[in-house]
Design a protein. Structure first.
Length: 400
């Protein structure tokens, strides 16, 4: 049989492709065909994904021969000098360690008041805008996008007065017009460069200042490194967070009994978030690697120069790991590390604790402030992201 084309089409709405499930049962290590005609291994079982993503035989460096790209734009990234996201050890650890302090659960604990305040403000504005316009409001544009965007700006140390202007650039950067997106991308890069210069001169209490005073002064990072890392942090998880909020709201609306429980008891928010992260896996297409040297995964030998895609979305629905994985149940008891949506192994998401704190604040607050929130259109009318992109809903018109 010819290898199927990857990414797979979705069978309906935002649910993972049914081919994932077929492969988990019949062919957990298989070859797939990519957009450029090249072939890659695809692993779909939770245990195989964990094994692959912790293997030193596999490389996250996009310049390694065989690294699987799923769009033409990915090849551009091969030309750029990578951050640790796309470096292997020891360079990966060296750079990641410089940032890790800022993202530990303890560090995120200190950010919680700012996170909650941002969530409160954005939700209050959202409710007010709805009441003023008295017609359906798009939850993606007015709530799911501003929350993570404003929070990451504040983490980096962008002054509040600049946030509205930069938020516009963040939105245009991911929009449909290529020329406008390139311009906004450039605006953001220029802004980050000037902010880094300001913080090198006069550090304050934020992430860029910390990099400037700890790593720049002792020569471990150059000015350009700090600009590049700051920009990466700004953009790394924003889309995944927007999609996690949008799909999370939708999934809860589709499960009204569980939503009622959450409304009555907002302390259920952390476990609801854990289950939403597993159920929706908005990073469906992340976690790809090139093979540096021959390795055995699930009894299959992957050879040097070949490529490997780990379907974390499929791993999060693996029947051998989760009972009745197709059903959404906020009462499941399992460890946070079992969720593969943040990846696994040395490259597991650096922004995990921050993302969980944001999502927890959103899902504990939104339905308290807007208990009557419901879809303004039929479910069948909703538009979801292109299956060649990560999972998301593009617009979510609601009434309150
Ligand atoms: C729901 C939100 C998020 C999801 C689902 C998500 C998902 C992921 C996944 C799957 C990986 C691993 C990629 C791989 O194995 O190649 C990853 C890595 C990473 N994420 Fe996130 N992410 C989220 C939010 C964030 C945020 C908010 C930030 C920034 C503050 C962030 C920063 C990073 C970084 C820097 C890495 C690379 C870590 C490394 O290579 O050591 N992520 N993320």
């Amino acid at each position: 049989m010819a290898p199927p084309e990857f990414p797979f089409p979705r069978d309906h709405d935002y649910q993972p492709p049914s081919l994932n499930q077929t492969l988990r049962h019949e062919c957990p290590a298989t070859k797939v065909k990519l957009y450029d005609g090249s072939e890659s291994w695809l692993f779909v079982k939770h245990k195989d994904i964990c094994q692959a993503l912790s293997s030193e035989h596999l490389s996250a460096d996009r310049r390694t021969p065989g690294y699987p790209e799923i769009h033409g734009s990915g090849h551009k990234a091969k030309e750029a000098h990578p951050t640790f996201v796309n470096l292997d050890n020891p360079e990966h650890n060296k750079q990641r360690n410089m940032l890790e302090d800022a993202f530990t659960p303890g560090a995120i604990e200190k950010l919680k008041p700012m996170i909650q305040q941002t969530v409160n403000h954005v939700i209050d504005d959202f409710v007010k805008k709805y009441q003023e316009q008295n017609s359906p409001i798009d939850l993606i544009e007015e709530l799911a996008t501003p929350i993570p965007t404003q929070i990451i700006y504040r983490v980096l140390g962008v002054p509040d007065k600049d946030i509205p202007r930069l938020s516009q650039d963040s939105a245009v950067r991911t929009g449909t017009s290529r020329t406008a997106a390139e311009q906004s991308n450039q605006n953001l890069q220029d802004y980050m460069a000037s902010l880094v210069d300001t913080r090198i001169e006069k550090p304050e209490d934020d992430m860029i200042s910390k990099l400037a005073s700890e790593q720049y002064r002792n020569g471990r990072l150059s000015r350009d490194d700090i600009i590049q890392i700051s920009f990466m942090i700004l953009t790394a998880g924003n889309a995944a967070l927007i999609n996690s909020i949008g799909l999370g709201v939708l999934t809860l609306l589709q499960h009204p009994d569980q939503l009622d429980e959450l409304k009555k008891n907002s302390s259920l928010a952390p476990q609801a978030v854990n289950e939403l992260l597993r159920y929706n896996t908005t990073s469906a297409l992340n976690s790809r690697r090139a093979v540096l040297s021959d390795a055995q995964i699930d009894g299959v030998t992957v050879h040097k120069g070949e490529s490997v895609i780990c379907s974390v979305q499929s791993g999060d629905r693996d029947e051998d790991k989760t009972e009745k994985p197709e059903s959404f149940d906020i009462h499941r008891k399992y460890s946070r590390e079992d969720v593969l949506g943040f990846g696994y192994g040395p490259h597991r998401c650096l922004g995990e604790a921050l993302s969980r704190a944001e999502l927890k604040a959103v899902f504990a607050t939104l339905f308290q402030k807007a208990p009557g929130l419901k879809l303004a259109v039929k479910f069948e009318e909703l538009e979801f992201s292109d299956p060649k992109q990560n999972a998301g809903v593009t617009k979510l018109p609601v009434t309150l």
